[in-house]
Ligand binder design. Structure first.
Ligand code: PNS
Length: 166
């Protein structure tokens, strides 16, 4: 069975890597698909996302990486995928994902399979990482080492205090 694991991966986190590892055990072929929204400037350039995701799945023989700036449903058909895989960290994510799963099935005939996230990684999100990166570095246990290095080489925002005196 061939599956697509789509996402922005901006940046890829340990939660994503955990999902790739588990999908890699469950399915014959896994495509990590970096979906690019043409209307949104990403935080990290697509090439860097490709490089980092590729590095983070290099230990998984049956996982390949691509980027795509079109509809996920079209990619699923083009790739002849049997299913789309999405990780769920909490119930609210199911609420958000369910309409997309239905729409993607209607557009492509490809079902979405949800995998419950590893609870130890449920607090990890790309948006949280971007916020932490803005102010310096990201603690251990959130992003893979290559992403931590990438962030450590970024210029952090110089935080300043301001006070009001009357
Ligand atoms: O990592 P994210 O941001 O949760 O991933 C969301 C993503 C990229 C999977 C979603 O936005 C998506 O599928 N984008 C592709 C465009 C598309 O197909 N949109 C319609 C969905 S029905």
């Amino acid at each position: 069975m061939k599956v697509i694991v789509p996402g922005s991966f901006d940046p890829v986190t340990l939660g994503h890597v955990d999902l790739f590892e588990r999908a890699s055990k469950m399915f014959d072929e896994v495509v990590a698909a970096i979906l690019i929204n043409p209307n949104k400037a990403g935080w990290m350039p697509t090439d860097d996302r490709m490089r980092l995701v590729s590095e983070c799945v290099s230990h998984l023989q049956n996982v390949s990486v691509l980027s795509w700036n079109g509809l996920l449903a079209k990619l699923a058909v083009d790739e002849r995928a049997d299913a789309i895989v999405r990780g769920l960290r909490c119930g609210a994510e199911f609420e958000a994902e369910y309409p997309y799963a239905m729409l993607n099935e209607k557009l492509s005939g490809v079902e979405t399979i949800f995998i419950a996230s590893n609870p130890t990684l449920a607090v990890v999100s790309s948006s949280g990482v971007r916020e932490l990166a803005l102010f310096g570095s990201v603690p251990q246990g959130i992003v893979p080492e290559p992403v931590k290095e990438y962030i450590d080489n970024m210029q952090p925002l110089a935080a300043t205090y301001s006070t009001v005196r009357d």
